[in-house]
Design a protein around this ligand. Structure first.
Ligand code: SF4
Length: 322
């Protein structure tokens, strides 16, 4: 079997809670709590869950944009957290991020040519003489026109700005991209264009991708496998077809029940979850989902369910499947 491009093993990212006059650590927000998964070559994996479940922190930590608390992130077999500055600098162009908000992630004082070309020059992908041509090529592939190179971010629509964000990542010929809710800030009519562009570019350029989203219909369209996170933990993971056909975890079932069906004759029984998502600073005991789960028993509030493979490539953390 081909080696995974990215292997995440028992990744944890905790943020200390400081309080009192001496700013003593009195607890931790467990944003990412023992998360493991693999992403293969040319594969797009979706990471879904409600806001605040730790998706973005997972994405940023695996790119080493923030330090981990523990665990391993292996990129082509090498732990990125054990790499020294030089090795990290070498692989940085290969691992890129597309941000959620296309406006705040672009420097308003720089032209598109400067924004997209900057990293290519920094990493020696091309020379000063070649950079304009290279930028024009990449922005054209992303659906913009060569003359846009001289314009500033405020002169573009939201969808066009996200195209600039994609071009900025692609100019470095990345092998692995974290796309963090790349369409959620955009108008619905523009979302499909950007998703189709990402799919097209991924097929042409052949990069692997962690696609972070709360929109399951987009994930169903674009991804080959899907992980579901709740309060920092992975509660279910499966190949896309399997997850959408046979969701096991009560949280996944609730999320899927909210996905709109395009056929007006088909009625879906919407599962309404009780209450709000609890604070990650003070998560419920046992199964973190027990305060909202319709199937919860006494055991669920006491014992943490083991995250295990119950069918080939189908993992779940729930006492119902023991
Ligand atoms: Fe619900 Fe219990 Fe399963 Fe948690 S372990 S999802 S509370 S049934």
């Amino acid at each position: 079997m081909e080696e995974a491009v990215l292997k995440v093993r028992h990744l944890k990212k905790y943020f200390p809670i400081k309080s009192g006059f001496f700013r003593k650590t009195t607890g931790y927000v467990k944003s990412v709590d023992d998360v493991s998964f693999d992403i293969g070559k040319n594969e797009i994996m979706g990471l879904v869950g409600e806001s605040g479940c730790g998706k973005t922190t997972t994405g940023r930590t695996i790119l080493r944009l923030m330090n981990k608390t523990s665990g391993e992130v292996l990129y082509n077999g090498k732990d990125i957290f054990s790499m020294d500055k030089n090795s990290m600098l070498k692989i940085r162009p290969e691992i890129q991020m597309i941000f959620q908000d296309p406006y705040s992630s672009l420097n308003p004082r720089m032209t598109v040519g400067e924004i997209v070309g900057e990293a290519a020059l920094d990493h020696g992908i091309c020379t000063k003489e070649e950079v304009d041509e290279r930028v024009k090529e990449v922005i054209t592939a992303c659906g913009l026109a060569p003359y846009h190179i001289k314009r500033f971010p405020h002169q573009f629509s939201g969808g066009q700005r996200q195209r600039i964000g994609i071009a900025r990542a692609l100019i470095l010929n990345p092998k692995f991209i974290v796309a963090d809710e790349p369409v959620s800030a955009l108008d619905v009519s523009i979302q499909a264009q950007i998703i189709n562009l990402l799919v097209k570019l991924q097929r042409e350029k052949g990069f692997s991708c962690l696609f972070i989203s709360h929109d399951l219909s987009v994930v169903e369209y674009i991804c080959q496998k899907v992980g579901v996170m709740y309060l920092g933990s992975m509660v279910e993971f499966a190949l896309k077809e399997e997850l959408f056909k046979n969701p096991l975890h009560p949280y996944t079932k609730a999320l899927l029940s909210a996905v709109p069906v395009p056929d007006p004759k088909v009625k879906r029984n919407r599962i309404i979850l009780k209450g709000d998502i609890p604070s990650p600073a003070n998560p419920p005991s046992g199964c973190k989902f027990h305060t909202r789960c319709n199937y919860a028993t006494e055991r669920c509030s006491k014992e943490v369910p083991e995250y295990k493979e119950i069918d080939k490539n189908h993992f779940v953390a729930c006492h119902l499947y023991e």
